[in-house]
Ligand binder design. Structure first.
Ligand code: FE2
Ligand code: FE2
Length: 400
C-alpha cells in the first residue's frame, strides 16, 4: 500500500483533505500532521511515497520542509498545495517541489494528481533511477544559453520574443518553464505547450526572478562524461521538435497539436541528459558500447539499467507535472505502437521525426535509433506519408 503524508498547520484543512479523499482510504495509507518538524519526524520512522504540504506555515514553511525532504528522502514525490495569494512564493519552490496544486483544490484534481504520480512510479521499475530522477531540481543548460538569457534580461528593454527563442532552444530551460507554467498554481484554464506562450504568460518579472535564482541554471561538466555532448543533443532535439511540428502542420493538425509535437520533440531525449548527468561513469559505458557495437543507445541502456532514457525522461516530465500527451510521447518515442492512438499523434510525430533527423544528423552516440515502426505506421494508414515527411526533413538545412 502506498503511503501519503499531508502537512498543514490548520487542522481544519487536514480534516477537509481527509474527507475529500476518504474513498481512497482502503487503497492508500494516509497520514496527517500539523507542521514541518512533525513531518520530518514521521518520515524518519517510515518511508513516504508522496508528501503534500501547505506553503505558509509558522516555523518551518513548505519550501524549507521540501528542501529538507529532498535531501533526506530524495525518492519521495513532493507536492505543494497552497493558496493563490502566495503566488510569489512559488519561485522559492522551483527547486524543491515536483508539483504545485492550488487551494481550494477539488477532490478529483488532488486524487488524479496523486494517482498519476503512482502510475508514473510503476512506469520506471528501476529504484535507483527513480531516486536519481526525483532528486533533480534543474537540468544542465549550455553556458551560451545562460549568457544569452542574462544578457537579454539586462538590456533596458528586453524582448520577450528573443527570450522565448533562447528558452525554446534549450531542453533544460524549456522543461523548467513548462513545469512552472503548467502547475495548477498559476490557475490556467488549459495546459500550455508553446515555450513562447509560456514565457509571455509568466512575464518579464517572473522570468527575470527565475533566471537569477541559482535553481534554474546548472551546468554540465563535460569532463565527467566525455563521450556525451550536450551541444549535439540540443541540436538534435531542436531539429526533431521543428520537424515534428512541421509534420503536424502537413497533416493539417490544429495549433495546439503543433505546439505539443514541437515540445515533445524538443524534450524527447531529456532522459539522456538525466543519465549523463547523474550516472556519468555508467553512461560513458553505454555510449561506448553503442558506438562499438552499433547498437541503438536505448537498447544498451535497457541491457545495463533495465530501463531506457525514454522511461527516465517520461518519469521526470511526469513528476514535474507536464501534460500527459508530452509524457506519453517521450515515453514511447522508440516504441510508438504502445500508444493507443490510431491516427496521427504526438507519439507518432516524435518517433518519425527522431528517426528522420538521425538519417541527416550524426548524434554523439554515433549509433542509429531503432528504425521506423512500419507495422504501426501501416496500421494507422500513415505509412504512405513517410516520403512527404522525409522531404520536409530536407527543407530546413540551417537547423542541422
Ligand atoms: Fe531517444
Ligand atoms: Fe533522439
Amino acid at each position: 500500500m502506498k503511503t501519503l503524508l499531508f502537512v498543514d498547520d490548520d487542522p481544519k484543512v487536514l480534516q477537509g483533505l481527509q474527507r475529500q479523499l476518504r474513498t481512497m482510504r482502503n487503497e492508500w495509507n494516509m497520514n496527517f500532521v500539523e507542521g514541518g518538524p512533525q513531518a520530518l519526524a514521521f518520515m524518519a520512522r517510515q518511508p513516504v511515497d508522496v508528501i503534500v504540504t501547505d506553503m505558509m506555515m509558522p516555523g518551518m514553511d513548505g519550501s524549507q520542509l521540501l528542501s529538507e525532504v529532498s535531501r533526506r528522502h530524495p525518492q519521495t514525490v513532493r507536492i505543494v498545495l497552497s493558496g493563490q495569494a502566495e503566488r510569489e512564493a512559488v519561485l522559492r519552490l522551483v527547486g524543491p517541489a515536483h508539483q504545485y496544486l492550488s487551494k481550494p483544490c477539488e477532490a478529483d484534481e488532488l486524487r488524479n494528481a496523486i494517482i498519476r504520480t503512482f502510475s508514473l512510479c510503476d512506469l520506471l521499475g528501476n529504484e535507483h533511477l527513480k531516486n536519481l530522477t526525483a532528486r533533480i531540481k534543474s537540468l544542465p543548460t549550455l553556458p551560451s544559453a545562460q549568457t544569452r538569457l542574462t544578457g537579454e534580461l539586462q538590456k533596458d528593454a528586453p524582448s520577450l520574443e528573443r527570450i522565448s527563442e533562447i528558452v525554446a532552444r534549450d531542453i533544460g530551460l524549456t522543461a523548467k518553464i513548462m513545469q512552472l507554467v503548467n502547475s495548477a498554481f498559476f490557475g490556467l484554464p488549459r495546459q500550455i505547450s508553446d515555450p513562447q506562450e509560456a514565457v509571455a504568460y509568466l512575464g518579464l518579472t517572473t522570468v527575470r526572478a527565475l533566471a537569477l535564482s541559482a535553481e534554474i541554471f546548472s551546468q554540465f561538466d563535460p569532463r565527467l562524461c566525455q563521450l556525451f555532448s550536450l551541444d549535439i543533443l540540443e541540436r538534435h532535439s531542436w531539429a526533431t521538435g521543428l520537424l515534428a511540428r512541421r509534420m503536424a502542420h502537413l497533416e493539417r493538425q490544429n495549433n495546439q497539436m503543433m505546439d505539443q509535437c514541437f515540445l515533445a520533440g524538443l524534450l524527447h531525449d531529456v532522459g539522456q541528459l538525466v543519465l549523463a548527468t547523474g550516472l556519468h561513469e555508467e553512461y560513458s559505458q553505454v555510449i561506448l558500447q553503442a558506438r562499438q557495437k552499433k547498437q541503438p543507445v536505448c537498447q544498451v541502456e535497457q541491457e545495463l539499467f533495465g530501463a531506457s532514457h525514454a522511461d527516465v525522461g517520461a518519469y521526470l516530465l511526469g513528476l514535474w507535472g507536464l501534460p500527459n500527451v508530452i509524457v506519453e510521447a517521450v515515453a514511447w518515442h522508440h516504441q510508438p505502437s504502445r500508444s493507443v492512438a490510431a491516427q496521427f499523434s504526438q507519439v507518432m510525430a516524435v518517433h518519425v521525426a527522431d528517426v528522420l533527423i538521425h538519417e541527416r544528423q550524426q548524434v554523439y552516440t554515433e549509433a542509429p535509433p531503432p528504425g521506423l515502426a512500419m507495422a504501426y505506421l501501416e496500421k494507422t494508414g500513415l505509412a504512405g506519408r513517410i516520403e512527404t515527411w522525409r522531404a520536409a526533413s530536407l527543407e530546413n538545412d540551417e537547423v542541422y
